[in-house]
Design a protein around this ligand. Sequence first.
Ligand SMILES: [Zn+2]
Length: 120
Amino acid sequence: MALQFILAASRNIYPNEFMGLLRMEGDVITEVLVLPQSIWGESFASISSAHIPIDNTIVGSVHSHPSPNNRPSETDLVEFGRSGAIHMIAGYPYRGMGDIACYDHSGNKVGIEVVYETGD
Ligand SMILES: [Zn+2]
């Protein structure tokens, strides 16, 4: 599921920042798209807007911070305002839902719920 993917990707790329786009079906985030042309750096993660697919199931973004601080930076807030409605930030050590915060396009924290699939 998307949450486990975000946590695993954040751990794998640490201390660099992981960045991806969130795909939503209904009101559930079902997929994280990692773009091959994303720029991954030690303190900066960015996606060139030219490479963002035109797709109305893309609702926002996710990225990791190499510290336990999962509040948006000034740069993050500018990016949030430009793209999508939902933005997630994963803070170190990326162990679970408690390390992930979710914000709207103005940087207000919003609650999200983890949906478990039954598998049946
Ligand atoms: Zn950030």
